[in-house]
Design a protein around this ligand. Sequence first.
Ligand code: 5GP
Length: 116
Amino acid sequence: MAYDTNNIFAKILRGEIPCTKLYEDDLTLAFMDIMPQTDGHALVIPKEPATTLFELSDEAAAACMATVRRIGNAQKKGLGAEGIVLMQLNGPEAGQTVPHFHIHVIPGSIADLRKP
Ligand code: 5GP
């Protein structure tokens, strides 16, 4: 499926809509989820245009995981989070709603996640 350049995370990357930015480097951006499942729920995205993990380059995938680790460590230190849930959906069939690759970094337990 072709990458949709008008998806909401592409607009965030272009600075067309605001976000609460947590961290940015050359390859990735981390920001707060607008509808957090738990306090501190963050999203990590690559700057590279990729809809799912299966279009993402190895370099961007590695950079995303490094940023996930950075955000998770900040959640442990800053929020006292003992557990960190990572969630990553690929394709609408899996429940992905924004067609730009993203990793949810959610402080807490899988039991804390709200039902859809
Ligand atoms: P998905 O269901 O695709 O895995 O997750 C998409 C996530 O993006 C959801 O948790 C949703 O709350 C979040 N989200 C959707 N629109 C926006 C937005 O405009 N800004 C931010 N910060 N998060 C968004």
